[in-house]
Design a protein around this ligand. Structure first.
Ligand code: C2E
Ligand code: MG
Ligand code: MG
Ligand code: MG
Length: 297
């Protein structure tokens, strides 16, 4: 009956939306409407989370993570808006913005004589696929006169495993421009070893889930064995290691013993505004305070 009333000769399609679907679609529309203005109005902010070497304890790197500080909705975490930005392609502009912000901060700290460590930025699948993306990044890096070895590009394991040939060429190109390259969320996909054998990345970042697993009553010992084996494998291959999502002393001790090159997690610091990162970890006063702090502060 319904189909007859329809003017089109296509059969009518009836879809049911749950309240949750409805809210999600509304949220995406809101995000889409606001994001362009947000970039122009500078509502996207760069936060940095330190990567810490353990013996001796020192800040030896950082990861740039975006925060959307909306005047109406407050702070939005990436998980709430990045998937929508990925679907509509806006993420490419955001990734480039974050890269440029990173270059600006590095330039400021270099000018201040603060000897900044390498800073990594996350790339999305859409950014990777953009022709000439690395040339564009190189232009930005040169404009800000930042040594390329202070810049690291993070590719996720899931992203690169979609097309290993393409990703392998991309990693070569990243190196030819002098940037570093790391494999993010390592161990979260289903072809980690395959990816590792094909891509000449400098660093793997062990997924947070391993370290959550370590704290579980049931899976703890197994997770520890797996982490130890992955760290050993990386060492044999000459690949640096970063542990993501380290939240306690027990995990930290384990990573000292096994050992892991750098650790990143709330135990040391959450992501903080770039300006604060400089003051707390790079300025001479901040540096002195951090290295003098007891291990678990
Ligand atoms: P990621 O690249 O794997 O970044 C690490 C995430 O783990 C960050 O979440 C960080 O805040 C969180 N984290 C670090 N230590 C701990 C810890 O000890 N406990 C817990 N519970 N979490 C910890 P965040 O900032 O919410 O970012 C989520 C994801 O969003 C990132 O995962 C990355 O995939 C994506 N993302 C963030 N910024 C950008 C960006 O500028 N461009 C792109 N394409 N993606 C981004
Ligand atoms: Mg990352
Ligand atoms: Mg990660
Ligand atoms: Mg992630």
């Amino acid at each position: 009956k319904e189909a007859k009333r329809c003017a089109s000769d296509q059969p009518c399609v009836c879809r049911f939306y749950s309240l949750e679907d409805h809210r999600r679609l509304q949220m995406e529309q809101t995000i889409y409407n606001r994001m362009k203005r947000a970039l122009a109005d500078r509502h996207f902010h760069i936060y940095l989370q330190p990567k810490v070497s353990l013996c001796p304890q020192a800040v030896a790197g950082a990861e740039a993570l975006v925060r959307w500080l909306d005047p109406e909705d407050g702070a939005l975490r990436p998980d709430a808006f990045i998937p929508a930005l990925e679907r509509n392609g806006f993420i490419v502009q955001l990734d480039q913005y974050m890269f440029e912000q990173t270059c600006q901060w590095l330039r400021r700290w270099l000018d201040a004589g603060w000897n900044p460590p390498p800073v990594s930025v996350n790339l999305s699948q859409a950014t990777l696929r953009r022709p000439q993306v690395l040339q564009r990044y190189q232009k930005i890096q040169r404009r800000w006169r930042v040594p390329p070895q202070l810049l690291e590009l993070e590719l996720t394991e899931t992203m690169v495993s979609a097309d290993l040939d393409y990703s392998a060429r991309l990693v070569e190109e990243i190196h030819s421009l002098g940037f570093r390259c790391s494999l993010d969320d390592f161990g979260s996909g289903y072809s980690s070893l395959n990816v590792l054998s094909r891509l000449r990345v400098d660093t793997i970042k062990l997924d947070k889930r391993f370290f959550d697993g370590m704290l579980s009553q049931q899976d703890g010992p197994r997770s520890e064995q797996i982490v130890a084996a992955v760290l050993g494998l990386a060492r044999q291959l000459g690949i640096k290691t970063v542990a993501e999502g380290v939240t306690c002393e027990h995990q930290t001790q384990f990573l000292i013993n096994h050992p892991c090159d750098l650790v990143q997690g709330y135990y040391f610091s959450p992501p903080i505004p770039a300006e604060e990162f400089g003051r707390r970890f790079l300025s001479p006063q901040g540096r002195a305070a951090f290295s003098a702090a007891p291990e678990n502060s």
